[in-house]
Ligand binder design. Structure first.
Ligand code: ADP
Ligand code: MG
Length: 589
């Protein structure tokens, strides 16, 4: 074949292929355009998985009537003017490629009215050809309708998945933007049905509840961009050259088998970045099982001139001038969130600030508060006293050898360590111990304990349905159950961690937690079941323990890899170090 310049229409289609890969890409570009013009309310309507119709309506500043056609010209943009601007980009768009690309592979209708203009306009274009351009009444803002996507690119059509899969992609994308922009109200309607809606209240947590479900959202830990000054002043907490990291990460107990619920934004842009994703996972250190992934929503802000956003046609990747610096900032922020959630609490109890009010416990976790209240208020000391800077608690470090002294409230074990007093929550500690024993047994493929006497268990209809649905999972975790007629099962083996419990009752309790809890997603069921098994098998608060039982528990806890948190991420212990005791008793300072 001779070398020849390709016809304009083919060039347009090739270019479009880079930007518009699937219906969700169209939604992405249109949402980004709406966000770029300050929209606070973005409504997305989808039909037939987006292939039949995608409509994005916003209340942004609109397109002036005399510029609508220009917006569809290749490389036409109002967002940059010169090459210098490329390194100070504050908008999501800048390549001027989205509208012409979409118009090359679909029929596009725009109805828009710009702020300050009395009349709106309608513009219609298909496969790059203008079909209509006329005045049209419209509220301020822009409505872009995209129909018959890829009709003229049959090859691309073949790559599309079912419309429900494409709709799911779109839903994932809208969720991501809603998480990144909590002040904007997003509405997604799929085939006439409301699929997703955020409130636009400005609270990211509200969006998190909508996207992750209330239970998971509540478990998530907040990454606070403003806390770096509270921990020790060391190299690790040196200012991060204008980098801030905020959002939410899951506690070590909440994880998934895929990276699906990991959302990363850089300067408000939803991006994929393996390096940064890795930084987050590394922050969990040994707290996560192999093959499990944390959930997160992280909003990273860097100075615009320290990041190149012009490296990918769909702008889903960026290049940092100093990737290591961003990597470290992200890792530190996540680590901080994790350690703050499971600190050695003595280190985080704020120093007394007012005379007569020795502890300000409002900001400490509930477990700490209740434990601290067991200690009689000590003498107050002047606020001006020099403070010993608290060191950042190590993440999952081993415990020192502890000597068990006794038990209070039949709930907390009092122990002495080389550096002071420890109060161990016996239930949380036992949960941690069982969790790690369970995982170890499971890894060794010996999770089950044969019952000497098989037991029959009679289930209610709901319990039966949940059992049926999770049958293989129960087997996998060490329950051996055989049908025994009707809704009765013969229980032959149980997970070995449950061996000290009444087997039938333990099985039913675990089952009931699945019945009563929110239905977890398929991939969460296993983790959920394991934590619930351990919770059921663990000693309860309020249960008197012998000295020997406490010793065994504390010994087992010392052997775990993450002794300081229970599998739900709550602290297993609080500590009062000697220096603190001395201060409180006025022996020091
Ligand atoms: P880019 O976003 O890279 O500038 P696009 O092709 O997506 O390129 O859009 C071209 C131009 O059309 C934008 O620069 C903007 O001026 C205008 N535009 C597109 N969508 C909207 C919208 N929803 N509201 C107002 N203006 C818009
Ligand atoms: Mg754009």
């Amino acid at each position: 074949m001779p070398i020849q310049v390709l016809p304009e229409e083919l060039v347009a289609k090739i270019a479009a292929g880079e930007v518009v890969e699937r219906p969700a890409s169209v939604v992405k570009e249109l949402i980004e355009n709406s966000l770029d013009v300050g929209a606070r309310d973005i409504r997305i309507e989808v039909r037939g998985g987006g292939q039949r119709l995608i409509r994005v309506a916003d209340d942004g500043s609109g397109i002036p009537a005399d510029q609508v056609a220009t917006a569809f010209a290749r490389h036409a943009t109002s967002k940059i003017q010169s090459a210098d601007d490329l390194f100070a980009i504050r908008t999501l768009g800048f390549r001027g490629e989205a509208l012409p690309s979409i118009a090359a592979v679909a029929r596009v209708t725009v109805i828009t009215r710009a702020s300050g203009e009395d009349n709106g306009s309608l513009y219609k274009v298909q496969a790059g050809r203008t079909l209509a351009h006329q005045p049209h009444g419209a509220p301020r803002g822009t409505v872009v309708t995209v129909e018959d996507l890829f009709q003229n690119v049959p090859a691309r059509l073949k790559f599309l998945k079912t419309s429900s899969t494409e709709a799911a992609h779109i839903a994932g994308l809208v969720s991501a933007y809603a998480l990144a922009y909590p002040r904007v109200r997003f509405t997604l309607v799929n085939d006439g049905r409301l699929f997703f809606q955020s409130t636009g209240s400005g609270s990211r947590f509200d969006v998190l509840v909508k996207v992750f479900g209330v239970e998971t959202a509540r478990a998530m830990l907040e990454v606070d961009p403003g806390v770096s000054g509270e921990t020790s002043i060391s190299e690790a907490d040196a200012p991060d050259a204008g980098i801030t990291v905020s959002g939410y990460v899951s506690p070590p107990s909440v994880h998934r088998s895929s990276r699906k619920l990991q959302y990363l934004f850089v300067n408000g842009r939803w991006i994929e970045d393996r390096g940064l994703g890795h930084a987050v996972v590394e922050a969990y250190h040994t707290m996560l099982m192999v093959g499990r992934f944390p959930l997160f929503v992280l909003d990273v802000h860097v100075p615009p001139d320290s990041v190149d956003v012009n490296v990918h046609p769909s702008k889903s990747q960026v290049r940092f001038r100093d990737p290591g610096q961003v990597f470290r900032a992200v890792q530190r922020a996540v680590r901080r969130a994790l350690t703050n959630a499971a600190p050695l609490p003595s280190l985080s109890v704020p120093p007394p600030t007012h005379a007569g009010q020795p502890f300000d416990l409002r900001s400490t976790p509930a477990a700490v508060r209740s434990a601290m209240s067991l200690i009689p208020p000590a003498r107050a000391r002047p606020a001006a006293e020099p403070e010993i800077p608290p060191a950042a608690p190590p993440l999952a470090t081993a415990l020192p050898m502890l000597r068990v002294v006794g038990q209070i409230a039949a709930t907390y074990i009092i122990a002495e360590g080389p550096d002071g007093l420890y109060l161990v929550d016996q239930h949380a500690a036992h949960e941690r111990v069982l969790y790690e024993q369970f995982m170890a047994a499971h890894a060794a493929q010996s999770p089950a304990q044969e019952l000497l006497e098989p037991q029959t268990v009679n289930l209610g209809p709901q319990q039966w349905a949940v059992y049926e649905e999770n049958r293989s999972l129960f087997e996998h975790l060490g329950f051996r159950l055989e049908p025994f007629g009707g809704q009765t099962l013969m229980l032959r083996a149980i997970p070995s961690v449950l061996k000290s419990r009444e087997p039938g009752a333990a099985f039913v309790q675990v089952l009931d937690e699945l019945v009563n809890g929110e239905q977890p997603l398929e991939q969460d069921r296993e983790a959920r079941l394991v934590t619930s098994i351990c919770k059921n098998a663990a000693v309860k608060g309020g249960q008197a323990l012998s000295l020997e039982e406490m010793r065994v528990l504390v010994r087992d806890l010392e052997r775990t890899t993450s002794p300081r948190t229970c599998p739900h991420g709550r602290p297993t212990m609080v500590q009062l170090n000697l220096a603190q005791l001395e201060r409180e008793f006025g022996r020091r300072g």
